[in-house]
Design a protein around this ligand. Structure first.
Ligand code: PGA
Length: 247
């Protein structure tokens, strides 16, 4: 049986309103090609969410946000609440992205609280983990990833993990297929055995393109991909979707 696959667009802080509308309209126009086992999820910056929500409302495309707060409401200047994200039909939320860990000083314990709150309110967390190039070179990456999983994943039924090595994001470099498979097996074993999760989906993220995705799917047993740069171009993201259609 074909397993479900998640293709997540992480637009980051990119795209003007007009460009985002053009991109989404192109994806909708081609959405007939998206096979039923594929879930296409778009994660725009906060202020684009209401607009994109309106555009995709009659389609099977899903919406996610790039962050949420761990409190429901209150004196948290500059934040946005899960309640509003849900009002605009967000179903997913990216949490623990390395850019938020770096620029917003997010820690594993903050991410844990966010995952818990998102999950309790019915948003599906897509949790990012990934090592630096130094940790990879020193062969310390598994310990580091285990620390991230240990500190940020609460006891819950189901989770989506996106493995995004920091050195791969936006660089054009990707790990070998066998390295991705190693992390896939490592993450699933850890979360099934040590945290007793019932379902773990494993996405790969970092310089995914239409040129490398076929090899990653065929050799690394992924359940989907988290895509930054390549998701900003309609032709490129649709090529990636059409490759996933075959698996
Ligand atoms: P990239 O970004 O595809 O541009 O490398 C991925 C991400 O940061 O989610």
């Amino acid at each position: 049986m074909t397993q479900n696959k998640l293709i997540v667009s992480n637009w980051k802080m990119n795209l003007k309103l007009s460009d985002s509308r053009i991109l989404v309209k192109k994806i909708i126009k081609s959405s007939k090609i998206i096979k039923p086992h594929i879930k296409k999820i778009i994660c725009p910056q906060f202020l684009l969410i209401p607009h994109i929500s309106d555009l995709i409302k009659k389609t099977k495309i899903c919406l996610g946000s790039q962050n949420c707060h761990y409190q429901e409401s209150g004196a948290f200047t500059g934040e946005s609440s899960i309640e509003l994200l849900k009002k605009f039909k967000c179903k997913y939320v990216i949490l623990g992205h390395s850019e938020r860990r770096k620029y917003n000083a997010e820690t594993n314990s903050m991410i844990l609280k966010k995952i818990q709150t998102a999950f309790n309110h019915g948003l599906k967390p897509i949790v990012c983990i990934g090592e630096t190039i130094n940790l990879r070179k020193k062969n310390k990456y598994l310990e580091f990833l285990e620390t991230q999983l240990h500190g940020s994943v609460p006891n819950m039924e189901e989770i989506i993990i996106a493995y995004e090595p920091i050195w791969s994001i936006g660089s054009g470099l990707i790990p070998s297929f066998s390295d991705i498979l190693e992390i896939n097996n490592f993450v699933k074993k850890y979360l099934y055995e040590r945290k007793q999760l019932k379902k773990v989906s494993f996405l790969y993220g970092g310089s995914v393109s239409s040129k490398n995705i076929k090899g990653i799917i065929e050799n690394s047993d992924i359940d989907g991909a988290l895509i930054g740069g390549s998701s900003l171009n309609a032709e490129e993201i649709l090529k990636i979707v059409s490759i996933f259609n075959f698996y």
